[in-house]
Design a protein around this ligand. Structure first.
Ligand SMILES: O=C(O)C1=C[C@@H](OP(=O)(O)O)[C@@H](O)[C@H](O)C1
Ligand SMILES: C=C(OP(=O)(O)O)C(=O)O
Length: 429
């Protein structure tokens, strides 16, 4: 990569309407469920980001017929048993979701497979998934006792487990549920904190059964799923960049349309409201995943404390929330977010290092960061660290700096938002 992008402040505020691309978490899961269900699955508004394309590529190597059309993706599923032993390694690219959820699916398949990813994936902890999958009876191993890729899996018959998650992670929960769907008996997962529940919702959408009682999720094994028509809502994690931009760039007023409003994902809305953002959320009635429009305008922001159960509902938005906090009056504290250290990069270090270059008053803590505002930001040379969310945070920062921002390795943004700059241009021109 190594490309460098020059970004300058727009002449006026952000204006107009935008439909952000499909939700990444839901797009991955729609391909996965479509691949193991019986019958055709049609996915509308699928996110054509590199991560979701990695998921498609892995399932094609497992013998699944998947067609990408301009406006939809079709998956010809023939049930769990139709997945075939791959003759090549399965490359999950930069995607933690693909790597971890695939492990759950492959653990119940009676064949051998190997998962690898890029340099970033090779540093992300996998023991949190290999440990519970071993309890199901899967033979699974990897570098450093199963903690890192490359991972090798020899799946087979599984026995249901009851498992308390040591970390609040939707990826770990989902891997266990995907193994549980193939196991003998009833699998139970206990969540320490509520995390995104797209897997649970999709099991129901594909004709399966799943129950939740307080913090325990129960899924019966040996379930046959049926292909479905999936409408992917706009990704609130992508919308967060424009929500922040509109709040901090003078003279802005935008509407983001058809954004997913699943209650396990809307922490960013809660935080922005508590900070005093001038916004309106208009939910569109319907079934399935909640969806609606979000109107945002330039706002006077106040610092707040962000932590506890709110963290899983905005975990991917924290880099851009840190930028937002540089423009809020007072001291913002973000805590209980140690999970940020094991994302595409160490996002605490990356955000603090790069926002400091732009003149922010920001310090790292063990489990988050402390940001003092309101601070005027200046142009500088910054780096995405190969992390899409850091790249987009820096691009949004450039909208308020007094001189240009040069973002090194901005290409990483294609992981979750290939048309990010086109969409930004629509709002500033
Ligand atoms: O399940 C998912 O789709 C995701 C869960 C989160 O990761 P963790 O489960 O590791 O918290 C999130 O950070 C990631 O972007 C997508
Ligand atoms: C952490 C992320 O994704 P993943 O874990 O799938 O790589 C993200 O998109 O911010």
């Amino acid at each position: 990569m190594g490309n460098k992008l020059k970004l300058s402040k727009p002449e006026q505020g952000l204006k107009g309407e935008l439909q952000v691309p499909g939700d990444k978490s839901i797009s991955h899961r729609a391909v996965m469920f479509g691949s193991v269900a019986v019958g055709r699955t049609t996915i509308h508004n699928f996110l054509m980001g590199e991560d979701c394309l990695s998921t498609i590529s892995c399932f094609r190597k497992l013998g699944v017929n998947i067609d990408i059309h301009t406006d939809k993706v079709t998956v010809e599923g023939n049930g769990w048993d139709s997945l075939k032993e791959p003759t090549e390694v399965l490359d999950t690219g930069n995607s933690g979701t693909t790597t971890r959820l695939m492990m759950g699916i492959l653990s119940g398949r009676p064949f051998h497979s190997v998962l690898i990813g890029d340099e970033s994936i090779a540093k992300r902890p996998m023991k949190r998934v290999t440990d519970p999958l071993k309890l199901f009876g899967t033979a699974i191993d990897g570098r450093d006792e199963g903690n890192f890729t490359p991972l090798s899996i020899r799946g087979g018959s599984l026995k249901a487990i009851r498992y308390k998650l040591p970390v609040a992670s939707a990826q770990v929960k989902s891997a266990i549920l995907l193994a549980g769907l193939q196991a003998d008996g009833m699998t139970e997962v206990i969540e320490p904190q509520r995390t995104r529940d797209h897997t649970e919702k999709m099991i129901l959408e594909f004709g399966g059964e799943i129950e939740r009682e307080d913090d325990t999720i129960k899924v019966r094994g040996r379930q046959v799923l049926r292909g479905a028509e999936v409408y992917v809502p706009g990704d609130i994690s992508s919308a967060a960049f424009f929500m922040t931009a509109a709040a901090i760039v003078p003279d802005s007023r935008i509407t983001l349309k058809n954004v997913g409003l699943n209650a396990t994902r809307t922490g960013i809305i809660e935080v922005m409201k508590r900070m005093g953002a001038s916004m309106e959320v208009m939910e569109t009635p319907g079934s399935g995943e909640r969806i609606g429009n979000i109107m945002l305008e330039t706002s006077e922001l106040q610092a707040i404390e962000i932590g506890g159960d709110l963290i899983p509902s905005l975990i991917d938005e924290i880099p851009v929330i840190a930028l937002l906090a540089t423009q809020a009056e007072g001291t913002t504290v973000i805590k209980d977010a140690e999970e940020l250290k094991v994302k595409e990069t160490n996002r605490i270090d990356a955000v603090v290092r790069e926002l400091k270059k732009l003149g922010a008053d920001i310090e790292a803590t063990d489990d988050g960061m402390i940001i003092k505002g309101k601070k005027s930001l200046r142009g500088a040379e910054v780096h995405s660290w190969g992390d899409h969310r850091i790249g987009m945070t820096l691009a949004v920062a450039s909208l308020i700096t007094d001189s240009p921002v040069y973002v090194e390795d901005a290409d990483a943004i294609k992981i979750s938002y290939p048309r990010f700059f086109e969409d930004l241009r629509k709002l500033v021109e």
